[in-house]
Design a protein around this ligand. Structure first.
Ligand SMILES: Cc1ncc(COP(=O)(O)O)c(C=O)c1O
Length: 467
């Protein structure tokens, strides 16, 4: 393609985008006018913008491009499967890539999570899990055991039901997303705890809150507790040590199903295929996953269900029921081939071992940012991290600045060759898992310089010194 054709293409893309593409999380005031960056290509850990600028992809797409961009082996697997069998009806038939993938996921998953329900994305995996909780209790003749417990700062997706259990007000304020059967626990963000409260005492409080919520609703009325082991888009909130395991034990005590939402934490982000057991020591009743399952090459999600649950609602226990739920694209053969290839690459190239090696280095370098006065908190685990910034100390005006800090930092990063994911006053990171130490250094050097530049801009605008 000639340069002028490419230019035209970019211009046309931006025009068509403004006129016709209604984007997720569209800021409606700017809808139809915003000029978005056009991503024209990608390779390894890099994406290219319309000026052909090479940017490190800090968020790894959206926490999903595990094995990196531009992989011929991924493209070949997708091509071959599309040619051999691009589609088959999952309600009535089966196909070998999807059956193989189900068996592979059962092998990789902790405990007895041997039954895989395929979906189209993370939201539909979570939606399926929540509907299964209700179905399960209906089949078992416990029609009251339907209440769901979630937590503030949780993000579980964008179907109606997922939005009900999402605990981020900003995502819900303009929708009708309240329900009498959904309950929220307070945030488990340790940096928000009272100054004189130890981490252990904070953890005790949060675990107790779950138990009290179950008791106040009546265990006979509570169907499930849903939790991301690390709350991702809530701002990479790593709960205190032992919290997840203790919550799981409480759930077992009261016969409340534990759903681990591993849409972000699975497929290597924390150095293991699934984080539930290997990182947090639990064997949940269900795991939801998506994103890194196909390394983002094709859309796919999955719900993994334990033998115990499956057995309690099938065969002689089915009570005449049909699980009347599913999607045209459940278990899509081409997406399955992509998932199998991505898993094969992770195994063959020892990517989990690599993450376990470079993850602590990434975290160490991230922590160095604390010395910048604009930085309020830094947190993360494995190859996921977050830098939270605040102007602070200048009253009302600081709030207004804080609202845009992520976008301001992102803009400097873009100039210097890094794409970040700004969320209000935070920048979150989940780079492709193949990132090496040298690239981590470049990424964090750019981030540091961009935060310092943002701080200087603000000091200049306000005529004050931030310390
Ligand atoms: C923990 C978690 N659950 C569910 C979802 C929804 O996944 P999807 O956007 O693929 O529907 C997300 C998306 O970011 C997520 O982070």
């Amino acid at each position: 393609m000639s340069k002028s054709e490419q230019q035209y293409d970019v211009h046309q893309a931006q025009t068509d985008d403004r006129n016709n593409w209604f984007h997720p999380w569209e800021g409606m005031a700017d809808a139809g006018t915003a000029v978005r960056t056009v991503i024209t290509g990608a390779e390894g850990i890099y994406v290219y913008d319309e000026q052909n600028r090479r940017l490190i992809d800090g968020p790894g797409g959206m926490w999903c491009v595990q094995v990196g961009y531009g992989r011929e082996d991924m493209a070949r697997a997708i091509y071959d499967q599309a040619l051999a069998l691009p589609y088959m009806n999952p309600f009535a038939l089966t196909s070998s890539p999807t059956a193989r993938l189900a068996a592979k996921l059962a092998e990789l998953a902790p405990g007895d999570l041997n039954h895989v329900f395929f979906t189209t994305c993370g939201s539909t995996a979570v939606d399926t899990a929540l509907r299964l909780v209700h179905f399960y209790n209906n089949v078992k003749g416990r029609p009251n055991k339907k209440h769901l417990i979630s937590r503030e700062d949780a993000y579980h997706g964008s179907t109606y039901l997922c939005a009900l259990v999402t605990g981020k007000d900003r995502d819900k304020n303009w929708f009708d997303a309240k329900s009498s059967f959904v309950h929220f626990l307070s945030s488990v963000n340790p940096s928000r705890r009272a100054q004189d409260l130890s981490l252990e005492a904070f953890c005790d409080e949060k675990v107790k809150e779950l138990e009290q919520k179950i008791l106040s609703l009546g265990a006979e009325n509570v169907g499930a507790f849903i939790a991301e082991p690390i709350q991702a888009s809530g701002g990479v909130i790593v709960p205190p040590e032992g919290y997840i395991r203790r919550c799981w034990e409480i759930c077992k005590k009261y016969d409340v199903l534990f759903i681990a939402d591993e849409v972000v934490t699975a497929f290597g982000r924390l150095g293991h295929f699934f984080a539930s057991k290997d990182v947090f020591g639990i064997e949940p009743d269900m795991i939801t996953t998506a994103k890194g399952l196909t390394s983002g090459y094709l859309p796919m999600g999955a719900l993994l269900v334990s033998d115990r649950i499956f057995k309690e609602i099938s065969g002689a226990n089915a009570n005449g029921s049909t699980f009347g739920h599913g999607y045209t694209y459940s278990g899509h053969p081409v997406a399955s081939a992509a998932a199998l290839k991505s898993i094969e690459i992770i195994e063959r190239e020892k990517i989990l071992e690599h993450v376990r090696e470079v993850g602590p280095y990434f975290q160490k370098r991230l922590q160095e940012l604390r010395e910048i006065p604009l930085v309020a908190d830094v947190r993360g685990m494995g190859l996921v991290g977050c830098v939270e910034c605040t102007v602070g100390g200048i009253g009302e005006a600081s709030l207004e600045f804080d609202m845009n800090l992520g976008a301001r930092i992102d803009s400097h990063c873009h100039e210097l060759g890094l794409m970040v994911r700004p969320i209000v006053n935070k920048c979150v990171f989940s780079p492709p898992l193949i990132i090496n130490k040298e690239q981590i250094d470049t990424m964090l050097d750019i981030l540091k310089e961009s935060i310092i530049r943002t701080m200087h801009d603000i000091q200049h605008e306000l005529g004050i010194e931030l310390v």
